[in-house]
Design a protein around this ligand. Structure first.
Ligand code: DC
Length: 224
């Protein structure tokens, strides 16, 4: 029986993590887990409650939250208390608040525990900010994706436009830069490259090239 790896893919917003992780998982026959979607689901739950943005309010909500993933015709869907919120968690309102909410220690502990359970038996590609550093410090393969701000803005705009969201490039740039700052300077599990992660700059790579590169690294690890 072939070894089923835990593959961690971290990097800033718009570096190509989710597209790469999704395709890589498909090619390897692994499960893809989008941990950003889990932080977004918690944020959506809080938004619906109309509560102030404060750690204690968000922490108190956690026992009411159950997050799970399901596959619908090969597409990963995220369920919040049984409701499919895959589209709603991408709304600009959620994007606006997800970074501050993901700085809260209780939220991180709540989600990291679930992420470890999901990935413990291997055969998983997990993307996020702290997968290689905190969630799975012993992951079999750690990738850190980076890309220029210009390229990340271009990609995010395209993604939002495809979803029918109207937003200016300036606004997308502002959101990306703000999120970078919050994600990398927060006290708990900041975004950073694990010492043993392989860094790949995706600014000038096609999705196919990115996936191929990581796929080859995964095959090497499987055959080791
Ligand atoms: O990848 P994304 O844009 O959907 O992530 C949304 C936010 O969630 C991002 O601003 C940082 C946070 N996040 C995190 O703190 N840790 C993770 N493992 C994944 C996402």
């Amino acid at each position: 029986m072939k070894k089923r790896l835990v593959i961690a893919i971290d990097g800033p917003a718009g570096s190509g993590k989710s597209t790469t992780a999704k395709l890589l998982a498909k090619r390897l026959g692994y499960n893809y887990i989008d941990t950003g979607a889990m932080y977004r689901a918690v944020t959506l739950f809080w938004l619906r409650k109309n509560l102030p943005l404060a750690e204690e309010y968000v922490c108190n909500l956690l026992p009411e939250i159950s997050i799970s993933f399901t596959n619908s015709s090969g597409e990963l869907r995220i369920l919040l208390n049984g409701e499919d919120v895959s589209e709603e968690i991408r709304l600009p309102k959620v994007t606006e608040f997800v970074s501050p909410i993901s700085t809260y220690k209780c939220v991180r502990e709540f989600l990291v525990e679930q992420q470890r359970k999901i990935g413990e038996s291997g055969g998983v590609v997990m993307d996020g900010r702290d997968i290689g550093t905190v969630v799975f410090p012993n992951a079999d393969l750690k990738i850190y994706l980076v890309a220029s701000v210009e390229e990340r803005v271009r990609r995010r705009l395209l993604e939002l436009q495809q979803k029918g969201v109207v937003i200016s490039p300036e606004e997308v740039r502002k959101q990306i830069v703000e999120r970078d700052i919050i994600d990398s300077t927060r006290e708990h599990s900041p975004l950073r490259k694990a010492a043993d992660a392989i860094e790949i700059d995706t600014s000038n790579l096609t999705i196919e090239e990115q996936v191929e590169r990581i796929y080859q690294l995964a095959i090497e690890r499987i055959n080791k």
